[in-house]
Design a protein around this ligand. Structure first.
Ligand SMILES: Nc1ncnc2c1ncn2[C@@H]1O[C@H](COP(=O)(O)OP(=O)(O)O)[C@@H](O)[C@H]1O
Ligand SMILES: [Mg+2]
Length: 294
């Protein structure tokens, strides 16, 4: 599907060791423009280690890293950011009592006036923050309201819109839906679909197969630092995904979940959706629509 195109980012056979701990071994993966690549795996699988390599926090001990076909060797997250690779962590760096637009421009404040008259350009910041959030399909009535008044999902979306505005080509999201309820998770999934519609490459880390399946184009599965490879949606059913993400001992506990999948898949076939899936489907549909006029 993406053959012939140069990936935005690619790692080849990367490994990372912490003393005797093999956090990552021989992992290869690529992310293309206009796709959502899901990074899946249980706790301790190596997901965060891999994205820390991608975002310039860690240097790989083995293997290579390429950005748009060019070999790179990042010394810091700043280097990755300069190449358009932005990472949104679960514990967002935001100041709750400051306004949405102030948070939007945190660290890159637009100013007006000179010398002692130099001050934050509120009007510009409010206008841009409102416009950029609008492009993601979020209507903020008042960008001067404290960011703390937003829901968790909306705050994630401010962080995503900010990364996009400051020129991100690759968006790395570490478990953005983990702490959210169904409706809010749906909101974040919608923004992920929006980012894809704007031709970004998205790395979406989750261990929720529902969320992965709702927006993912391809899936890279990690387990104990190694990869099973990358699969397209056609190549991987949700049951297989769950099976690969967990160990044989955990399978027992998951059998209920697998039954639930089978049930919802059957409902799909009959044109009926569970409430959760209905909500996800609706939010994704809205995303597709608003994506059209972006
Ligand atoms: N800074 C570190 N020092 C020592 N061990 C680490 C460090 N970071 C991660 N690890 C280990 O590497 C493995 C993979 O961790 P991690 O990448 O955080 O997994 P995940 O994000 O998939 O839960 C785990 O065994 C973890 O304990
Ligand atoms: Mg992690």
């Amino acid at each position: 599907m993406k053959t012939g195109k140069v990936p935005l980012i690619e790692v080849r056979n990367v490994s990372k060791f912490f003393g005797s701990v093999i956090a990552l071994k021989d992992v290869s993966m690529a992310v293309y423009a206009g796709e959502v690549m899901c990074l899946l795996g249980d706790n301790g699988a190596g997901k965060s280690t891999l994205i820390k390599i991608l975002s310039g926090v860690h240097k790989p001990d083995e293997g290579e890293y390429y950005v748009e076909g060019e070999r790179v060797d990042f010394d810091s997250p700043r280097d990755a950011l300069d190449r358009g690779i932005a990472t949104v962590y679960q514990d967002l760096a935001m100041i709750p009592l400051m306004s949405i637009s102030r948070n939007f421009f945190l660290g890159s404040e637009p100013t007006r006036g000179r010398g002692i008259f130099k001050r934050f350009d509120v009007r510009f910041a409010d206008r841009v923050a409102r416009e950029e959030l609008k492009k993601m399909g979020i209507d903020i009535r008042d960008p001067s309201q404290p960011v703390g008044t937003l829901s968790g999902g909306e705050r994630q979306s401010v962080a995503i819109a900010r990364a996009v505005y400051f020129g991100a080509k690759v968006l790395i999201l570490d478990e953005p839906t983990a702490a959210l309820g169904v409706k809010q998770a749906g909101t974040v999934l919608r923004y992920i679909a929006q980012a894809r519609a704007r031709n970004l490459g998205v790395v979406f880390i989750t261990h929720n197969p529902h969320h992965a399946y709702a927006v993912g184009d391809r899936f890279t599965i990690l387990k104990r630092g190694r990869t099973f490879g990358t699969f397209t949606k056609d190549e991987l059913s949700r049951e297989e995904m769950v099976r690969m993400m967990s160990g044989a001992d955990e399978l027992e506990a998951l059998s209920h979940e697998l039954e639930e999948f089978a049930r919802t898949d059957a409902m799909h076939a009959k044109g009926k959706l569970s409430e959760v899936e209905q909500q996800l489907a609706e939010s994704l549909e809205r995303a597709a629509k608003t994506g059209d006029d972006v």
